[in-house]
Ligand binder design. Structure first.
Ligand code: IMP
Length: 428
């Protein structure tokens, strides 16, 4: 059963876009299974840079078909903008992109609610794209799906109902009539644009898998932003872990033959919340500047920290990761020494497992092991033997500690800056 999942193994922004793009060449389908346009992938292809938020990066390979699964929350306007952006740059999208009829629709009032919460004293540093409030509606069973959006009568009735439910909060910002006008202003145009893309994508993927087509499933965000296993409540509102691929794409667990986790050679996070290995000071600023650690979606400066093994072990466990891609090894060049968190200390004891409690997640102290750094420009390395000995040693030691092969090492944004160490897990 040829389905393969690529997940973020940290707090998102691990460089999944590049790895998914790399693997897409060998895929028939590339599928997003959760999140929305809170995500941001920067992909460099044929020397051109593409920033994608919603559409899988498989769209850049003409042979590959792409699916936005039922697990996503989709802003019709963001969808249209991204399709148009791709088309204006010569990418053929129509006939190669399907949007699930079961995905939920983000409407302007979800963005108002997200912003209200962020600015109302209980913010967690969201992207303010309306993601959380849209998923809230889904769980409250008042959500509006793409199939509802395509039926004008149904859509109007549901919007009316939802504005009534949210009236107390929304009317603080503007009159409900004005909010409804925002929803309906471009509705007909957007609905007509979306309609030809919409399909029962679970059925489509089921048929593809039955014919032994290769289906690559990609997460947005990362394990530590998972609603169930992340640093709750500082998480996104969906499940980036590999289990989310089943519920968010409508495929069975038995279809999945492998899970690759993507991790940076260090750690970053955006937004608020626990971050045990966070670095303040010169080294953190240096990594941020050299690694261009600013959000693709919001432009926010990312928080920086050392690699965290208890955190990665949690990601490996919950997603069943059986190979890793390590990105941005080149960014660590010229830092002496490099540290890796091998365990935590908590309440006077050693802790090897990432804790569940929010207090413990904040209070754990990292136990570090120190590595000699490495110097020089790694960005031209094509194979492991091109890397400085201590850079190689760093990758090999991490692999030994985690007991999972590091199949890919990435030393730059473009496709040729990718070292493949273990072909068994590669579809390129
Ligand atoms: P939301 O997904 O906009 O609700 O934001 C919830 C949390 O997830 C915040 O900490 C965001 O910064 C974080 N987040 C959402 N999308 C991404 C992403 O693509 N990369 C990194 N962090 C993200």
């Amino acid at each position: 059963m040829p389905a393969f999942v690529i997940v973020g193994a940290q707090w998102g922004d691990e460089g999944k876009g590049k790895i998914v793009h790399y693997m897409s060449r060998g895929a028939d389908f590339v599928v997003r299974y959760q999140g929305g346009n809170n995500a941001g992938h920067t992909v460099v292809f044929d020397g051109k840079k593409f920033a994608l938020h919603l559409i899988p990066s498989g769209i850049l390979f003409p042979r590959v078909r792409n699916v936005i699964g039922n697990g996503l929350v989709v802003s019709p306007q963001a969808f249209v903008d991204e399709v148009r952006m791709l088309e204006s740059r010569g990418v053929k999208v129509r006939g190669r992109l399907q949007l699930s009829l079961g995905a939920h629709v983000i409407l302007p009032y979800h963005i108002i609610l997200d912003t209200l919460r962020e600015e109302g004293g209980r913010g967690i540093g969201t992207t303010k794209k309306g993601i959380g409030p849209c998923y809230e509606d889904k769980v409250a069973r008042i959500g509006i799906r793409i199939c509802d959006y395509l039926e004008p009568e149904t859509f109007r009735g549901l919007v009316k109902q939802n504005l009534r439910v949210r009236a107390a909060e929304l009317s603080k910002v503007k009159p409900l009539k004005a909010i409804a006008d925002d929803v309906f202003r471009d509705y007909d145009r957007l609905r007509r644009f979306l309609a030809p893309f919409c399909a029962d994508t679970s059925a489509l993927l089921g048929a593809a898998l039955a014919k032994k087509k290769r289906v690559l499933l990609e997460s947005a965000q990362g394990a530590m932003l998972d609603l169930d296993f992340g640093t709750y409540p500082f998480v996104t509102s969906s499940n980036p872990i590999s289990g989310g691929a089943c519920t968010g794409a409508g495929i069975a667990p038995s279809a999945i033959e492998g899970v690759m986790g993507v991790t940076k050679a260090y750690t970053t996070r955006v937004g608020l919340g626990p971050f045990p290995t966070e670095l303040e000071g010169r080294v953190g600023s240096y990594i941020r500047e050299v690694g261009k650690e600013y959000g693709t979606t919001t432009g926010r400066a990312r928080r920086i920290g050392w690699l965290d093994l208890p955190q990665l072990r949690a990601a490996i466990r919950v997603s069943g990761i059986n190979s890793l891609a390590m990105t941005k090894l080149d960014t660590l060049a010229n830092i002496h020494p490099i540290k890796v968190c091998v365990a935590y200390r908590y309440q006077g004891k050693r802790l090897d497992v990432f804790p569940v409690s929010r207090r413990a997640q904040l209070d754990v102290e990292p136990v570090y092991q120190t590595f000699p750094g490495f110097s020089g420009d790694l960005s031209g390395a094509k194979r492991m033997s091109d890397l400085p000995v201590s850079a190689r040693g760093y990758v090999e030691q991490v692999e030994r500690w985690l007991k999972v092969p590091v199949s890919i090492v990435s030393v730059g944004q473009s496709r040729d800056q990718t070292i493949v160490r273990d072909k068994r897990f590669i579809w390129a």
